[in-house]
Design a protein around this ligand. Structure first.
Ligand code: 13P
Ligand code: SF4
Length: 335
């Protein structure tokens, strides 16, 4: 496709569908483009290994939001999913934010449609709304505070105990935080397809085969999995635990992309992805994995697809994110 056709088809395809010569050294070209355009690549741990290796910063949702808030780059290349790139745009209206594939969505964000959520909120007018960052800009705009899996407990604890709270969209994270804090937040019925696919039976079988292995789980997993976990945390917290803990074998119940950094950090340790409840590679997030090194190169070169947003929506969505960053700073979670 030529550039005109690729631009015309951008929305349908989700990326600039242009031929890239197989002989091109994409790693070198991406480095060149970074300098030429004063661009920064922010990548989530669930991205494929090559993308993590070209990133300037790899992190969890909280770290990525903080980096996006602090960067002085002119262009933010967000190697993650749509809600993450949107968060970067909300914090940086004057910077160009590009995403390798516009179709890199999120089943959890999709589980909270705007109108249904607005009605739910209106039905509980005395509640404040805490939303997990894995939601659309529209849901953020309907929220009082945003949280991520690394700061959710602190954010909830910052609210007076007698204040009723709606927690959205992840019911598993919400239930986990309810348990941790003794609150009784009203939970929106959303979930992540990747974290709900793990098979308890297969994890327990693996545990029999590797009795010394510790089970690490993300709080987006269901309670039956969390009950078996030796450690529960965000992607960064899981990584730090695996690096510091004396165990040498770990069963990892989160998206399999995280294994790349785990193996880099601790090459002498064994990391086993927790098996899903069928034969597919369902612990690979299909949205995260839409981004490829080739699409990353194309989006940097053509500066498309770009994240754009109405100013009114941006300002409304910004408020609860800033509140989250302020609470996280005050409680020492970020600098
Ligand atoms: P964290 O990296 O914040 O733990 O988030 C996990 C996730 O599911 C992102 O999509
Ligand atoms: Fe969304 Fe789940 Fe994929 Fe994270 S792993 S982007 S929560 S679908």
């Amino acid at each position: 496709m030529n550039i005109l056709e690729a631009t015309k088809n951008l929305e349908k395809k989700g990326f600039m569908d242009m031929t890239v010569s197989p002989t091109l050294d994409l790693f070198a070209e991406i480095e060149k483009l970074k300098k030429e355009k004063n661009a920064i690549i922010l990548a989530h741990y669930y991205q494929e290994a090559d993308i993590q290796d070209v990133a300037d910063y790899i992190g969890d949702s909280l770290g990525l939001a903080q980096q996006a808030a602090q960067t002085d780059a002119d262009m933010i290349v967000f190697a993650g999913v749509h809600f993450m790139a949107e968060t970067a745009k909300i914090l940086n209206p004057n910077k160009k934010v590009v995403l390798p594939d516009l179709h890199a969505g999120c089943s959890l964000a999709d589980s909270a449609p705007t109108e249904a959520f607005r009605n739910f909120k209106e039905a509980h007018p005395n509640h404040i709304v805490i939303s997990y960052i894995n939601c659309t800009a529209e849901i953020k705009a309907l929220s009082d505070i945003i949280c991520t899996s690394s700061n959710a407990k602190k954010i909830v604890e910052s609210i007076p105990e007698n204040q009723p709270i709606i927690f959205a969209p992840d019911k598993n994270l919400g239930a986990f935080i309810n348990k941790q804090t003794g609150r009784n937040m009203l939970l929106w019925n959303g979930s992540c397809m990747v974290h709900e696919i793990f098979s308890l039976e297969k994890i327990l079988k693996l545990k029999q085969a590797y009795p010394e292995a510790k089970i690490l789980a993300h709080p987006e997993c269901e309670e039956i999995i969390l009950k078996e976990a030796d450690f529960i945390g965000s992607t960064t917290e899981i990584l730090n635990f695996a690096k510091k803990d004396e165990a040498t074998q770990f069963i990892v119940a989160t998206e399999a992309g995280i294994l790349h950094q785990m193996e880099k950090d601790s090459p002498q340790k064994k990391f086993i992805p927790a098996p899903p409840n069928n034969a597919c590679a369902c612990n690979d997030c299909p949205y995260m994995k839409l981004n490829t090194l080739e699409k990353l190169y194309l989006c940097m070169k053509y500066e498309k697809p770009e994240i754009l947003m109405e100013e009114e929506l941006r300002l409304a969505a910004r408020k609860p994110i800033i509140r989250m960053l302020e609470i996280s700073k005050a409680s020492g979670l970020i600098k």
